[in-house]
Design a protein around this ligand. Structure first.
Ligand code: CA
Length: 437
């Protein structure tokens, strides 16, 4: 940890000092924004309380606060985070430290000039944080894998490779969208167990999956690997991910090659990317494998990763139906879990992905897979929560859900807390379900 994590630090942006904010001065996540209702070129900003600081404008206004950071500041004039991500961890760490210093309550000099680089969050439109070249989705919760396996393959719930090799598939980057982009219910081909023939139509079992994503910072050359010791040097930061899934389509199409059209119609990400530096106080030991489980193979095993490879993030899924919205009711929590339940750490996923020389590039997105825990309230998708629709969810207003209906809004929130440390949050990844076209 360093001074940027100091819980005593406050900001002259007073909304950042509110105890409930996701964006105190200890966080400073990066995102891409423009003024709402304009066609302005998008730019890089950091979230501070209920404001966004335009990083490039700030550095232009107050150059003495950003000395020696020309490359990182220059990258913030871009319309995506890719250029900043490509610089690797070091320059981003220094830039974030300079931003913390400029926004510090004790920095009256910066306060007097930086007001003009601040825009209220309610006046901005958030864009996709990065141009995602490649998207990979993993399957790193053993609880999720066991639950899903027992529904789809009752005799063979957890496949024998699971505890040796991180399971993943290559997803589709073109349909990754930022929070608040509506999601259209997909049409697909499905065949239920009692159907004679497959049929085509709007999915009848649209679902969400609550996940955490890592954006790759510095990449690796084709043919090179990323040892676990240096995996985190290749991570820019984490975000929230909703891997929307059409379960009826998935059940019919997934064998033998895995997910395809059931998954690639939309993936929602949160707009703010929280750096590993901000997450430092919330690091946790890797999953403790039960007696009898194999240890990770040597390339996926270091003492450092075992001791602090995980990140303690509380994840909550909330649902708001159109009826609730009409009554002015907020989204209602339906599950809450923690990211420390994952069988593999993000470092292990990065290292595994590159073990064959596959090149990861700045802005690539690796998602964790559905984050589910051992208890029912910790299940990160409706497939598990309702046990494939058999036990529908009952909302407090009496409405029920086996799967999502048109007009539903799904909101995933994430935050980190630790004794003596300042709480930080990810904001939300949220979207409205629209009817099929
Ligand atoms: Ca997934």
């Amino acid at each position: 940890m360093d001074t940027t994590n100091d819980p005593a630090r406050t900001s002259w942006v007073t909304s950042a000092n509110a105890p409930e904010t996701d964006f105190p001065i200890q966080n400073l996540p990066f995102g891409v924004f423009r003024r709402a209702g304009t066609q302005d070129a998008p730019r890089v900003g950091v979230a501070i309380g209920d404001m966004v600081l335009d990083v490039h404008a700030a550095a232009t206004t107050a150059p003495t606060q950003f000395e020696g950071l020309a490359l990182a500041v220059g990258a913030c004039a871009h319309a995506s985070l890719n250029a900043l991500m490509a610089l690797g961890r070091g320059p981003v760490t220094l830039l974030r430290a300079a931003l913390a210093s400029a926004l510090d309550a004790k920095n009256g000099e910066a306060q007097s000039v930086l007001q003009q680089a601040l825009i209220p969050m309610r006046d901005v439109e958030m864009m996709l944080p990065a141009q995602v070249g490649d998207y990979t989705d993993f399957y790193a919760s053993v609880y999720h894998a066991t639950n899903v396996g027992s529904m789809f393959r009752p005799d063979n719930a957890l496949l024998p490779n699971y505890k040796h090799v991180p399971i993943g598939y290559h997803g589709r980057a073109s349909s990754i969208v930022v929070s608040d982009t509506p999601v259209v219910r997909p049409v697909g081909q499905r065949k239920g167990p009692n159907d004679v023939e497959p049929t085509v139509g709007p999915s009848r079992s649209l679902d969400y999956e609550c996940e955490v994503g890592v954006f790759i910072g510095a990449g690796n050359a084709l043919g090179d690997t990323i040892p676990l010791q240096s995996a985190e040097q290749h991570m820019f930061g984490l975000c929230l991910v909703n891997d929307w899934s059409a379960r009826d389509v998935q059940a019919w199409e997934y064998q033998p090659l895995g997910p395809f059209l059931a998954k690639n119609f939309a993936t929602t990400v949160s707009p703010w990317v929280v750096t590993l530096d901000a997450l430092e106080p919330f690091r946790a030991p890797a999953f403790v494998r039960p007696e009898g489980d194999p240890p990770p193979l040597p390339y996926l095993l270091t003492a450092e990763n075992e001791a602090r490879g995980a990140v303690s993030i509380t994840l909550e899924v909330r649902l708001q139906t159109s009826a609730m919205r009409a009554l002015g009711e907020k989204a209602e929590p339906v599950s809450r879990t923690t990211f420390t339940h994952m069988y593999w750490t993000m470092g292990q996923l990065v290292t595994h992905h590159a073990m064959n020389g596959c090149n990861l590039r700045p802005g690539d997105l690796l998602a964790s897979g559905t984050v589910s825990g051992p208890s029912k309230g910790e299940r990160g998708c409706l497939l598990e929560l309702t046990w494939r629709g058999v036990e529908p969810l009952v909302l407090s207003g009496g409405e029920t859900r086996a799967f999502l209906e048109d007009g539903d809004v799904v909101e995933i929130a994430g935050w980190c807390e630790a004794p003596g440390m300042r709480r930080i949050g990810f904001g939300v990844a949220r979207a409205l379900v629209l009817p099929a076209r």
